[in-house]
Ligand binder design. Structure first.
Ligand SMILES: [Zn+2]
Ligand SMILES: [Zn+2]
Length: 270
């Protein structure tokens, strides 16, 4: 009898606490509802995206090309390269993107960059954790830099925010300023691959304080999106010329060859 009373009391305390916690979350959601970073709809508790956007986002993973990690429709083995990597071996050591770049995933970047929703950097970083390399030796996370005038007007570099969050989640060191951006590049929208490459030529350099210290480093280069690769390629070239032994690109979303989908409303930063 006594035991059942204790049990009932314990249960009652627990349910009171649960009830209190539910009320707290209901009130919190009422005051500050969680919103889907793609469409702005209020999300169900526990998920970063609404059900519809979650279903529409195309999360990327193996099987993929050993060179650029473009997904394959079927598994061709760990050593298989796509036609593009065979024709033009990339300078980078792989691209790791959470999702395919399309109208849904582009919204996340728009809200982060232009909507000032900096909390989305953590949402993105959480989706990149599964792509982290197993070997963390000599590994450093560093972002594609913005030109100082852009930093001045926006006050933050979205790629640096993502890198910072990924560092916090993984314990891998984060260095924000290994690269500097010397020149403002024109808006990339509408430019073909050749013109984009020309536009970023000479735009990046190793920060003078990192001169001579890049040799042998393994770098995770963070970018928000990967479209033609002109921007990240400019960074990878500079890092490799300075002796980096391995540079892999990490981004939220990447355009995939063959889909020919380039959301029209995102331009690269100058
Ligand atoms: Zn949504
Ligand atoms: Zn490839």
């Amino acid at each position: 009898m006594h035991l059942s009373l204790v049990k009932r009391d314990a249960l009652s305390d627990k349910s009171d606490m649960a009830w209190g916690s539910d009320i707290f979350h209901i009130m919190l959601n009422w005051v500050l509802p969680e919103r889907c970073p793609c469409c702005g709809a209020i999300t169900p508790a526990g998920g970063p995206f609404c059900v519809s956007c979650w279903q529409n986002l195309e999360f990327l993973g193996p099987p993929w090309c050993r060179g650029c990690a473009a997904p394959f429709e079927f598994d061709r083995g760990d050593d298989a390269y796509c036609a593009s990597c065979i024709a033009h071996p990339p300078r980078h050591d792989g691209i790791r993107a959470a999702v395919k770049y399309d109208d849904v995933s582009a919204q996340v970047v728009l809200r982060l960059k232009y909507g000032g929703k900096i909390g989305l950097a953590r949402v993105i970083a959480r989706q990149l954790v599964r792509h982290l390399p197993d070997d963390h030796a000599n590994l450093i996370i560093t972002p594609v830099p913005l030109h100082w005038t852009r930093m001045w007007s926006r006050t933050f570099n979205q790629s640096a925010l993502i890198g910072q969050e990924l560092a916090a989640l993984s314990g891998i060191p984060f260095v924000p300023d290994i690269l500097v951006r010397h020149k403002r590049t024109p808006t990339m929208r509408g430019l073909d691959v050749r013109r984009r490459k020309k536009a970023v030529g000479g735009a990046f350099a190793v920060n003078p304080k990192w001169q001579g210290r890049v040799k042998g480093l393994r770098l995770m280069l963070i970018d928000d999106v990967f479209t033609t690769g002109a921007t990240s390629d400019g960074c990878v070239s500079v890092l490799k010329r300075n002796g980096a032994s391995w540079v892999q690109i990490f981004c939220w979303a990447r355009a995939l060859r063959g889909t020919n989908h380039q959301p029209a409303f995102i331009s690269r930063d100058a």
